[in-house]
Design a protein around this ligand. Structure first.
Ligand SMILES: Nc1nc2c(ncn2[C@@H]2O[C@H](COP(=O)(O)OP(=O)(O)OP(=O)(O)O)[C@@H](O)[C@H]2O)c(=O)[nH]1
Ligand SMILES: [Mg+2]
Length: 367
């Protein structure tokens, strides 16, 4: 057992004994300057679905360790699933440490999004959740948008101390750290693994800063109400937007239904005719039908015309959530799949999503 070496991809201790356990690497790999476990190697080179998932204990350890140290917390959320990716109890986790709140993946939002309005909304939401961040940033870890400003803010607020990058799984923590390393000429030995699967990073990964302090990548907290936990890898690839979402506008009469693939269903009940706008991955097929035909259509076409899911065995049980909308402009959010915005007070809408997936209403964040 060689537990003093950690995998540079996921942070877990390297071991050479058991291929089915975290951190396995063949003995020959130990001589390399950068040691990567088999799981990270296969994730990076073959996009292989990992069979090793992080455990809840990872989160508990994270909680304890961060609460006990003095450090700046850089808290990432996925702006495509703000509420779904929120870590409940974040304020408790942070202890007395200062928190920078960062909305990642802005590249998927339509260009018409007003960043100031979005940040104000994030600030309200954070307050509702009991968090008072020092500052709020919007970034695209993948494209590099907003990274310089955030890096400057981190350097300012950490005041010579350590930094922890935290958040739920898949929000882009490791992608963000790779972007920092690329931009600021970090050591190429440090390359946290990134992947579309929730639960890529398994342990803390320490990256040295210039002044001897450290920046840590951390395992994500598992929010099991996000749709990523209910789908296969192929389905997830279809659901995750890869570029700017093109909003799709539907003028609906009373009692009409939209299916978002076979994973969600929106019934517009009335009153009157109005437009519903879908903000989901451009790759998803949206099908419109009459409410009275919707049940039969789902029965007949889920997994065929209505995909994902890509097989009939995987058709989820859809649960109905009823809304009577009070705001002028509301979003109905299906955690991780996207949202449908509805204008005008008094609209009656039912949203269906797989059992266990969070569905919520919020004031519209765009438009
Ligand atoms: N569109 C978009 N996708 C992003 C961005 N940042 C990360 N992603 C994608 O989000 C997925 C998760 O990225 P990771 O960096 O592995 O996320 P993580 O927070 O480290 O996840 P865990 O290690 O599982 O906690 C990957 O498919 C990334 O390509 C971004 O700025 N824009
Ligand atoms: Mg990670």
């Amino acid at each position: 057992m060689t537990d003093h070496i950690s995998c540079s991809g996921c942070g877990v201790a390297i071991q050479t004994e058991d291929e089915r356990k975290p951190g396995y690497a063949p003995k020959s790999a130990l001589n390399r300057e950068v040691v990567v476990c088999k799981r990270c190697f296969r994730l990076t080179h073959y996009n292989e679905v990992p069979d090793i998932k992080p455990q809840d204990e990872d989160f508990i350890r994270l909680l304890n360790r961060i609460g006990e140290t003095e450090a700046l917390i850089v808290y990432l959320v996925d702006i495509f699933d703000f509420n779904g990716s929120w870590v409940s109890g974040l304020q408790r986790l942070a202890g007395n440490n200062p928190v920078l709140l960062v909305g990642n993946k802005v590249d998927v939002l339509p260009k018409s999004t007003n960043p100031d309005k979005l940040k104000r909304w994030m600030s309200h939401m954070a307050r509702d959740y009991g968090l008072k961040p020092l500052d709020i940033h919007l970034i695209s870890a993948e494209k590099g948008t907003g990274i310089e400003e955030l890096a400057m803010a981190i350097d300012h607020y950490r005041a010579g101390g350590d930094v922890y990058v935290v958040g739920c799984t898949n929000v882009g923590k490791s992608t963000f750290i790779n972007q920092l390393i690329r931009r600021f000429g970090g050591d190429s030995r440090y390359q946290p693994t990134t992947s579309p699967f929730p639960g890529t990073t398994l342990d803390f990964i320490r990256l040295p800063l210039d002044d001897g302090r450290s920046l840590y990548d951390t395992p994500g907290v598992i929010n099991d109400h996000q749709i990523a936990h209910f789908v296969t890898y192929d389905e997830l690839k279809k659901i995750l937007p890869k570029k700017e979402i093109k909003p799709k506008v539907y003028q609906l009469n009373e009692n009409q239904t939209l299916f978002i693939g076979g994973l969600a269903r929106i019934d517009y009940r009335g009153p009157g005719r109005r437009s519903l706008v879908c903000y989901v991955s451009n790759a998803l097929y949206i099908h419109r039908t009459k409410l009275e035909k919707a049940d039969a259509l789902y029965e007949e076409q889920a997994g065929k015309l209505l995909t994902p899911p890509f097989s009939e065995e995987r058709i989820p049980k859809l649960v109905r959530h009823d809304f009577s909308l009070k705001d002028d402009h509301s979003d109905l959010v299906i955690s991780g799949l996207g949202w449908v915005s509805v204008k005008g007070q008094g609209a009656r809408v039912s949203a269906y999503a797989p059992a266990g997936v969070q569905v919520l209403r919020r004031p519209s964040i765009i438009g």
